[in-house]
Design a protein around this ligand. Structure first.
Ligand SMILES: Cc1cc2nc3c(=O)[nH]c(=O)nc-3n(C[C@H](O)[C@H](O)[C@H](O)COP(=O)(O)OP(=O)(O)OC[C@H]3O[C@@H](n4cnc5c(N)ncnc54)[C@H](O)[C@@H]3O)c2cc1C
Length: 460
């Protein structure tokens, strides 16, 4: 039998978990599996990198397994390191990166002899398709090339885009567009502005307030000024809402859907539960609901309801909310519901002007540092990533119409410019939100990685 080569571009959660599943249940014939990561470490990405700061997972340990068939796998891994850990603990994100490395190693060691894993550290720069059913050509940094029967794009979380108001300060030393790429120090006399009040902003607040002696005064600004609420130890499967009612409401109108979700949340609380249980219930149905919503309702959802959904859906470990609240109480953190009008250089500092949402008042202040915390920008049409630009240009993939990611078909097959799901090019990762809406967290991505591995093993 001919050797089949499967290339996975990107070795974060999605790439590693897809590879581990393929190693456990490989295709029938001899297979060469090549996992290519541009960074120094596998299983990390931005989310699970080994930072100097103790960032925490925002989901309890019992719900972070990389395998849907073994829900306690991460908890058991953590308990081998830290025996006192419970399933309700919020553990360090760097520990999760170590867990993913162990998942891959274990799968590699127990893999059957017909599959071989090769790990390469390089950047995938381009993929070419000569003809529809011929193997793909994969071009890497350093000039290397590979011929692949199948390629999986697992390129992960892109950097944020800059907001239009920041155009005059993009190169200013006091402005940081991507908090994950920058090394910066904070100091007590400083004034710092964060653009955004969601999970990325809370990560930067965590970093800035790590040492109380050096905590600056922070102003966090977003259109609605909403800070994520506390994650709780709720029972994710305890709530038995009415899925059919929800689907019916979704097919009628967005307004009906919103009322149905509100009703579910109050029903959960009335029965002694927690509104978060209803949100999890809706989250599990989100792909079906999203696929039923007509495009005009998706647009309206993104414009009017997204901020509300995101703030209820993406929650904070209690320790982090406590930190945020005490910084607010002692005047070190100010949260504004406002629109930033412009950022202007002022010597070594930057002057920000914003309009408060409720009073309409215009305010200006000079800051020592401004950090863009708007989070990953999944709109590949504006991507500066070489691989996305190249494969978009030659029509191997197309962005979705709402700027959420790319168009995919069954099993993550990438849809090309002719509207065909390419037979040998696949995508797994957060940009699946274009078709599934909820697709950024471990709970959803592990299922997509498992399905994709099954398609690659069994399909052909
Ligand atoms: C800061 C942060 C914290 C998060 N915390 C949680 C959490 O607590 N719980 C949860 O469930 N979810 C969390 N998430 C969601 C997270 O998106 C997923 O859990 C998961 O990390 C996504 O994995 P990924 O592999 O798709 O992307 P990534 O983790 O971004 O990995 C992509 C990898 O591809 C590599 N790569 C990119 N381009 C190339 C190229 N051209 N060639 C070679 N390699 C390339 C990158 O270097 C990277 O290692 C978090 C996300 C972020 C951003």
């Amino acid at each position: 039998m001919l050797l089949r080569t499967i290339v996975i571009a990107g070795g974060g959660f999605s790439g590693v978990v897809t590879a581990a599943n393929l190693l456990r249940r490989p295709p029938a014939g001899p297979t060469r599996l090549v996992l290519i990561e541009r960074g120094a470490h596998l299983g990390r990405g931005v989310a699970y990198a080994d930072w100097k700061f103790p960032y925490l997972l925002n989901v309890p340990a019992s719900r972070m397994s990389a395998s849907s068939a073994a829900p306690n796998q991460f908890l058991q891994f953590a308990q081998r390191r830290l025996p006192q850990v419970t399933g309700e603990d919020f553990l360090p994100r760097s520990l999760y990166g170590e867990y993913l490395q162990e998942v891959l190693l274990a799968a590699q060691l127990s893999a059957p002899s017909n599959i071989r894993l090769e790990i390469m550290h390089a950047e995938v720069l381009n993929i070419r398709r000569i003809e529809r059913h011929l193997p793909l050509q994969v071009e890497l940094s350093g000039g290397a090339r590979l011929t692949a029967d199948d390629v999986v794009l697992a390129l992960g979380n892109p950097p944020p885009s800059s907001i239009p108001a920041a155009s005059a300060v993009l190169d200013h030393p006091a402005y940081t567009n991507d908090p994950w790429c920058a090394e910066f120090q904070f100091d007590r006399p400083q004034n710092v502005m964060l653009i955004g009040t969601g999970l990325t902003a809370v990560d930067v607040i965590n970093r800035a307030s790590h040492d109380p002696l050096f905590t600056p005064t922070i102003h966090a600004v977003s259109r609605h000024g909403l800070v994520p609420p506390r994650q709780t130890a709720f029972r994710p499967d305890a709530f038995k809402g009415d899925g059919n009612a929800l689907l019916l409401a979704a097919s009628r109108s967005l307004r009906g859907l919103t009322s149905a979700v509100r009703l579910l949340a109050s029903e959960a609380e009335r029965c002694g539960g927690d509104w978060r249980e209803a949100v999890t219930f809706v989250r599990n149905m989100a792909p079906t609901i999203w696929q039923r919503l007509p495009e005009r309702d998706r647009v309206r959802f993104l414009r009017h309801l997204r901020a509300q959904w995101d703030v209820h859906r993406h929650r904070l470990p209690p320790q982090m909310l406590h930190r945020v609240e005490s910084l607010r109480n002692n005047g070190r953190l100010h949260v504004h519901a406002a629109r930033i009008q412009r950022l202007q250089p002022q010597g070594t500092r930057v002057e920000a002007t914003w309009i408060e949402r409720h009073s309409g008042q215009t305010r200006s202040q000079t800051f020592d540092r401004i950090v863009n915390c708007t989070g990953p920008d999944y709109d590949i049409a504006r991507s500066t990533h070489s691989l996305w630009r190249n494969i978009l240009q030659c029509g191997l993939c197309v962005p979705d119409s709402l700027g959420l990611g790319l168009r995919t078909g069954p099993g993550g097959a990438v849809i090309d410019a002719n509207g065909w799901p390419g037979p040998h090019l696949f995508y797994v990762g957060p940009m699946l939100r274009a078709d599934h809406w909820e697709a950024t967290a471990v709970g959803e991505l592990r299922v997509h990685a498992e399905r994709l591995a099954a398609v690659l093993s069994e399909g052909r």
